[in-house]
Design a protein around this ligand. Structure first.
Ligand code: ACO
Length: 376
């Protein structure tokens, strides 16, 4: 590339798409899905309503919601071949890797895999959303030496997830907390995994291939994998009294503190503020207040020392832990929420597609003379 490159590392600040899905105001710390404030949605909507809003541009009316719920319930079972494949996976396999394989395998059996029409993509979005939850829980049960629990038709998406994971019907408080988490994670503009799904879709590849790529991007610790890393940090610290010494040591060692910082939010991540309240309630109710107290101390100490704000993955960690979610399932749980946003973005991308193909500035050696192998 000979002209001036205009390199922007990490594409920071680059606007790469128009969207009607997510209004992210990083300066003022505001987030809205299709104009609805995230706090209203997290407190009052169900994840099913949010998914409908993202896919269909408007909140569902009663009959539309009833139909969506029935369709999601009907789509919950996963193919027997997928459960059989889990029994062949190594026991230690990372659940995100298993999820990526699951999405690819669901693409082998989905009746609409080869149909790229808008109607087919909406059907696939719904099926993927329903099946991802079942796949995550079924794989977890199999790797734990337990039988998968068939989905319960009478439970909501969030309630059924917790049921399929544990075998216990969750109480209303835990179901609401988990449902709100799925909503808070459902959509976030051009984050790394959503951008990945759009890049794949922009080649006119199919929805399952795009989502499998998104799962791969999400697992990294600079993205969705941070939540799991936050919990491992809290477990490493162990008690509130050790937080200050931990932070001093971590900052001295120039260690990256997981769950802090954000590319876009500089004043505060509105999702973290909502999750903080939910984490407090869940930790206290499950008689594990120390995880919340430790998180607050860590938050305040790191913010005071470095000016770093907690992001969405910070308070979700003690919240998920107190709900009984295994630490290495935190990132799959984020995927179970983000699937609504990934698929809505994919539909938007297919509706107005152009190949995404940026340039790189070549900085290697130039005009090297060819030398045959014996002469090198
Ligand atoms: N801990 C310590 N220092 C940090 C952190 C952190 N968590 N985040 C940013 N910084 C510092 C960097 O060291 C850097 O300092 P320097 O300029 O003195 O070198 C400066 O802040 C800028 O950091 P970048 O990594 O360039 O910022 P960027 O916008 O690229 O990164 C990111 C954003 C990846 C989220 C970063 O803040 C981070 O690594 N956070 C920890 C991982 C994390 O929590 N990820 C989840 C994000 S939310 C989500 O994806 C669901």
């Amino acid at each position: 590339m000979t002209e001036s490159s205009g390199l922007i590392r990490g594409l920071e600040g680059v606007v790469a798409a128009e969207t009607q899905l997510c209004d992210l105001d990083g300066v003022n710390g505001r987030l809205a899905y299709r104009g609805y404030d995230i706090a209203d949605l997290a407190r009052q909507a169900t994840f099913e309503e949010v998914a409908y809003l993202l896919w269909h541009s408007a909140l569902p009316r009663r009959a539309e919601l009833d139909r969506l719920q029935a369709e999601l319930v009907a789509a919950r079972p996963i193919p027997d071949a997928l459960t059989a494949a889990y029994r062949l996976f190594p026991r230690q396999v990372d659940p995100m890797r298993a999820l990526q394989v699951s999405v690819a395998m669901l693409g082998m059996t989905d009746p609409d895999t080869a149909d790229g029409s808008r109607a087919a993509n909406l059907r696939k979005a719904l099926r993927l959303t329903a099946q991802l939850a079942t796949a995550i829980c079924a794989h977890h049960r199999v790797r734990s030496g337990q039988e998968p629990i068939p989905p319960a038709k009478d439970l909501s998406h969030a309630g059924n997830f917790l049921y399929m994971l544990t075998g216990q019907r969750p109480n209303a408080v835990n179901t609401k907390a988990f449902d709100a988490c799925l909503t808070l994670y459902a959509e976030h503009e051009l984050n790394a995994s959503t951008f990945t799904t759009r890049v794949i879709a922009a080649t006119l590849s199919d929805m399952h291939s795009a989502v499998a790529g998104g799962v791969g991007a999400l697992r990294g610790t600079l993205h969705g994998g941070a939540g799991e890393a936050v919990m491992r940090t809290l477990l490493e610290i162990g008690e509130v009294a050790r937080v200050d010494a931990f932070v001093a040591g971590a900052l001295g060692a120039k260690r990256r503190l997981m769950g802090f910082g954000h590319r876009v939010y500089k004043a505060g991540d509105p999702r973290a503020a909502i999750l903080r309240g939910m984490a407090e309630q869940a930790c206290r109710q499950s008689s594990q207040p120390h995880w919340y107290d430790m998180a607050v101390r860590l938050h305040e100490t790191v913010q005071a020392a470095k000016g770093l704000i907690p992001n969405v993955d910070f308070y979700s960690a003690p919240l998920f832990y107190s709900l009984g979610i295994p630490v290495d399932l935190f990132t799959p749980v984020i995927a179970a929420g983000r699937i609504a946003g990934w698929t809505a973005n994919l539909i938007e991308q297919y509706d107005d597609n152009r190949l995404i193909r940026p340039r790189a500035e070549y900085v290697g050696p130039i005009r090297q003379p060819w030398a045959p192998v014996e002469g090198r």
